[in-house]
Write a protein that binds this ligand. Structure first.
Ligand code: NAD
Length: 470
């Protein structure tokens, strides 16, 4: 393997994971981030967010991973520079590219004399590769008064899932690279060789999956690579919205959406994943990427009705849970709702566009008190969430005096909670399992009224709010 000198701009979920994994497989990596406190923490081995195994893989990089907030220390010697900064949604739906712009300018101002590949890993609209190239070129010109001699821009969209970011980076389904310059494609093929050929020793905590073969390396043009990322995310979001739409019908006709999804998903043309009915999708990618795709369509005069409907169905899903609570409790004013989960999915403390928080906001709007639990995200929620929420660190504190329990994030540990024992703490033993995650039969046997998404409701509350048999 040819060791490369790599710089990653942006020490977020994507940048830090990419940097740590590339260092682990043998490259020399510098991660540059403008947030000095973050950089100081990283130098001391502190990961600034919850991501399983990231700290461990950083620990195994054996001195090949460095951190700085100075571009001048990170850029001139690099052969490959990844841009992995944030691209949050702007006011019109198109991504705000200000972080990308500032990163590209910083790179251009410090570009060295050797051939450098500048790689867009941030999710950016089609055409951003060209934009970044122009920004690098202009910034270089402003400093040196001449054209940069030797650099090329590539797009290398990222498909990792938060909560499984290290696993996904070590064992990806595919690696996509787009560039107009053949040398850039070759440099990136060499860079990814240990992952493409799976020639690195698997870390003990993340063994290589059985039947893991060589990883497909898709080389294409810049625009196609950029569109692949949006296409993949919009399709996954659409799959979830589709099953949620069907779940609403399943409830009306008395079908069980889990059975329906199994029957559909075993068709190999469809596949079983992302067919779980629930509260809908959220997080830092699907909402902004579907929005960006619609905005891109608008820019080019192409309507995107499927993507728009995917978003509408998703928004309805939060509302459906509110309606379920209303149908049982009649009013939400003054009710205390115990919310299981704050993060947008388990194994992360990322709260960006979390369905749990969107649901909490709807409940608060209706006059309810929302008391929330999350295994890891409470400290971050206390810092970042302005909504008036109460927080509970223990199941007992969460359940005491609550009128209903709503599961919003499918943390595995919620299945293990002592539901039988906790029931007595509730004013009404009502559970809305908005991820179809809990053991319904166990809860009903313990005397709960159970409502899921697209599944028959079980257990009946009598006038006093106590489940009976009728
Ligand atoms: P993030 O917000 O977690 O991290 C961005 C980092 O970049 C921050 O640490 C910030 O301080 C730093 N930064 C901002 N401007 C900078 C600059 N000019 N120079 C240096 N550092 C700078 O972002 P993220 O979640 O890692 O996402 C990064 C990109 O990857 C986005 O475009 C996102 O859409 C895409 N993506 C994210 C995921 C995911 O699961 N989070 C998955 C695939 C793709």
């Amino acid at each position: 393997m040819l060791m490369k000198r790599v710089t990653v701009v942006g020490a977020g979920y994507v940048g830090l994971t990419t940097g740590a994994v590339l260092a682990y497989v043998g490259h020399r990596v510098t991660v540059v981030d403008l947030d000095q406190a973050r950089v100081e923490g990283l130098k001391a081995g502190k990961v600034p967010f919850v991501e399983p195994y990231l700290e461990e893989i950083m620990g195994l990089s054996q001195g090949r991973l460095a951190f700085t907030f100075r571009y001048e220390e990170a850029i001139p010697e690099a052969e490959v520079v990844f841009v992995a900064v944030g691209t949050p949604p702007g006011p019109d739906g198109a991504p705000d590219l200000s972080q990308v712009r500032s990163a590209a300018q910083g790179i251009g101002q410090h570009l060295g004399s050797g051939f450098t590949v500048v790689v867009n890993k941030s999710t950016v609209p089609v055409g951003s590769g060209n934009y970044v190239e122009a920004l690098v070129r202009r910034a270089y010109w402003e400093v040196y008064g001449e054209e940069p001699r030797s650099f090329a821009v590539a797009s290398n969209p990222e498909f990792l899932r938060e909560g499984q970011a290290v696993y996904d980076s070590l064992y990806p389904d595919r690696i996509v690279v787009g560039a107009e310059d053949r040398r850039a494609l070759e440099v990136l093929r060499e860079l990814y060789e240990p992952i493409l050929e799976q020639s690195f020793p698997a870390p003990p905590f993340l063994p290589r999956p059985e039947r893991m073969g060589a990883v497909p390396f898709i080389t294409t043009d810049l625009a196609s690579a950029e569109l692949i990322k949006y296409g993949a995310n919009a399709f996954l979001a659409m799959k979830i919205s589709f099953i949620n739409e069907l779940a609403a019908l399943a409830e009306r006709v008395g079908a069980d959406i889990r059975e329906v999804a199994r029957g559909i998903g075993l068709d190999s043309r469809i596949g079983p994943r992302f067919l779980q009915a629930g509260l809908g999708w959220g997080g830092s990618c699907f909402p902004k990427d579907t929005l960006a795709l619609v905005a891109m369509g608008r820019e080019y005069g192409v309507s995107m009705p499927l993507v728009e409907a995917t978003r509408e169905v998703n928004a309805l899903q939060r509302q459906r849970v509110v309606e379920k609570l209303l149908s049982e409790l009649k009013t939400l004013k003054g009710r205390t709702i115990a919310l299981l989960g704050l993060a947008f999915k388990p194994h992360t403390d990322d709260l960006r566009e979390s369905p749990a928080l969107e649901l909490a906001a709807l409940l608060v709007e209706r006059g309810a008190f929302v008391r929330a639990h999350d295994p890891v995200a409470i400290p971050r929620a206390q810092r970042e969430v302005s909504l008036a929420l109460e927080y509970a660190e223990t199941p007992e504190a969460l359940f005491r005096g609550a009128d209903a329990v709503v599961l919003a994030t499918d943390w595995p540990e919620y299945r293990m909670w002592p539901w039988e024992h906790l029931k007595g703490l509730l004013r009404t033993p009502l559970v809305v399992d908005a991820r179809n995650h809990l053991d319904r039969d166990r809860l009903v046997a313990a005397g709960y009224r159970y409502l899921g998404i697209g599944v028959p409701s079980l257990g009946v509350l009598n006038k006093e709010g106590i489940p009976g048999t009728g």
